[in-house]
Design a protein around this ligand. Structure first.
Ligand SMILES: [Ca+2]
Ligand SMILES: [Ca+2]
Length: 182
């Protein structure tokens, strides 16, 4: 179940060609599979999201379209976006994925001074699903995918939040944030 990357390669006498595509396999009981978030690419601005001021905006470095999320205000200390969805029943497999770029001015490579957290709130409880830190900058945007199958069938508030210390800011750029059910 879930998303699978499939590569088909044809080998000829003079040339080799490959094609790669994504195969989505969902449970037969999952009648409404796929992405459950609205405005995943932030192209409608803040619509459907509950963001801190200025976090969602038009930027030239959006991964797709012209808008993305940027957590970079170390003076604000804490910034977040959230969206609440009901994951359809019958879809036992759930993933959260987004494209992330981490750039930092922190110079002590082993210290996790600035943090990006992915949390889920459901039934009055909060789960930390994953976190990323300033000591692991990325080379451009990279897709991250987190298993969130424990959220199957639940109404959940998904939060992505940044916590930064008072100096040497880190830029956490995010685009194309999806909650996929299968
Ligand atoms: Ca976008
Ligand atoms: Ca910092």
């Amino acid at each position: 179940m879930g998303l699978h990357t499939v590569t088909i390669t044809g080998i000829g006498t003079t040339a080799t060609r490959s094609v790669t595509f994504t195969l989505a396999i969902h449970s037969p009981s999952c009648t409404n599979p796929g992405n459950q978030f609205l405005n995943s690419g932030f192209e409608s601005g803040e619509a459907n999201w509950a963001p801190s001021p200025g976090v969602i905006a038009q930027r030239t470095d959006a991964r797709t379209g012209t808008s993305n999320v940027l957590f970079a205000n170390h003076r604000a200390d804490y910034e977040m976006i959230s969206q609440t969805v009901t994951v359809p029943t019958g879809c036992p497999f759930v993933t959260l994925s987004f494209w992330l770029r981490v750039e930092t001015t922190e110079w002590q490579p082993t210290e996790e001074n600035d943090l990006l957290r992915l949390d889920a709130q459901t039934d009055g409880r909060e789960y930390q699903l994953a976190y990323w830190t300033s000591d692991k900058p990325t080379n451009g945007y990279q897709q991250v995918t987190i298993d969130a199958s424990r959220l199957a069938g639940r109404t959940v508030r998904v939060l992505l939040s940044s916590w930064q210390d008072a100096s040497l800011p880190t830029r956490f750029s995010v685009d194309d944030f999806e909650l996929n059910a299968y």
